[in-house]
Design a protein around this ligand. Structure first.
Ligand SMILES: Nc1ncnc2c1ncn2[C@@H]1O[C@H](COP(=O)(O)OP(=O)(O)OP(=O)(O)O)[C@@H](O)[C@H]1O
Ligand SMILES: [Mg+2]
Length: 288
């Protein structure tokens, strides 16, 4: 091989390597600039003398399931209530898909794409399963009052669409056969699923689940894990969930944040936080 050929082979190898470095740099930049679905920055909330949330920050990426764990009274539900506009933080910022939603009203937050379930199930007990989902789709109704009173074509068409969408959601959560039963006649685990179907009615991008496995036995909790995974896959949704059952958290969450008295004790994968000495001391009591 002549020197000239050797030099040009080396040049092309250098160019090839430079191209690869450039490609990796692009990939890295794309990863770094990946906007989180939800970001909370230094959020504070007091109730009188109780410091319910103390300098809380979190960043949740698209498609993640993030767990929020901690002992009773740690501030978990208060975080949900601050995100969904039930309370406004005393200070700090809450950013949802690039938009500052700090202190926004609950209806605005729901319209922007955050759905939630409640620690204590909140269903209309004396309405049917289907009606419960239809009511939750209320903000999807694009007709006005006269159109509704006179049953205009627009009203009928929209009502039909809302009905079909509600049935579709019931199918996804496996309650289509129970559509006409009263909500309070459902067993507990099914009521939790109905709550999730209601939360999904406005096509949220972020779903907040407050202790979805509360009151469930081991089999029901396992079924819930599968179910939440399916929901994430089906709707390509991001989930923030409060959960006490460590087996549910370990099976489901990509990351979790551990709270104690409003302060963040640890952030990491379930395995990482479970082995964190502060967490073991404060929450797990060494029995996990
Ligand atoms: N509306 C309120 N008024 C006064 N204090 C409140 C209010 N909401 C919550 N708190 C207090 O704030 C602290 C955090 O409560 P929060 O309900 O957020 O805890 P949690 O982590 O969800 O607990 P749990 O696991 O029992 O549901 C508690 O001391 C609670 O008593
Ligand atoms: Mg709570």
């Amino acid at each position: 091989m002549t020197d000239g050929i050797k030099a040009s082979a080396a040049d092309s190898r250098v160019t090839e390597l430079e191209d690869r470095v450039l490609l990796l740099e692009h990939k890295l930049a794309a990863l770094e600039s990946k906007d989180p679905v939800l970001e909370m920055q230094h959020v504070e909330k007091h109730f009188g003398g109780v410091h319910a949330i103390d300098n809380f920050s979190v960043r949740i990426e698209q498609g993640q399931i993030h767990g929020l764990i901690g002992p009773n009274g740690a501030g978990k539900t208060t975080i949900f209530n601050n995100i969904t506009g039930i309370y406004a933080p005393d200070s700090g910022k809450i950013i949802f898909r690039g938009e500052d939603i700090t202190g926004s009203s609950p209806s605005r937050v729901a319209q922007l794409g955050i759905g939630r379930t409640f620690q204590n199930i909140r269903l209309f007990a004396n309405l049917s399963v289907l009606e419960n989902v239809i009511i939750a789709s209320g903000k999807d109704a694009t007709y006005n009052l006269p159109q509704a009173i006179f049953h205009s074509d627009k009203y009928k068409k929209r009502e039909k669409q809302i009905n079909e969408k509600a049935m579709n959601l019931l199918e996804i959560v496996g309650l289509q056969d129970k559509a006409n039963e009263l909500a309070n006649s459902l067993p507990y685990g099914h009521q939790r699923k109905l709550e999730i179907a209601r939360a999904m009615a406005l096509d949220p991008k972020l779903l907040l689940l407050d202790e979805p496995a509360a009151g469930m036995n081991a089999d029901e909790s396992l079924e819930l894990v599968e179910f939440v995974r399916e929901i994430r896959g089906h709707f390509k949704i991001t989930i923030l969930m409060i959960e006490h059952h460590m087996d549910v958290v370990s099976n489901l969450c990509d990351y979790c944040t551990v709270l104690n008295f409003g302060k963040t004790l640890a952030v990491g994968t379930p395995a990482e936080v479970k082995s964190n000495p502060d967490v073991i001391k404060a929450y797990l009591g060494g029995n996990e």
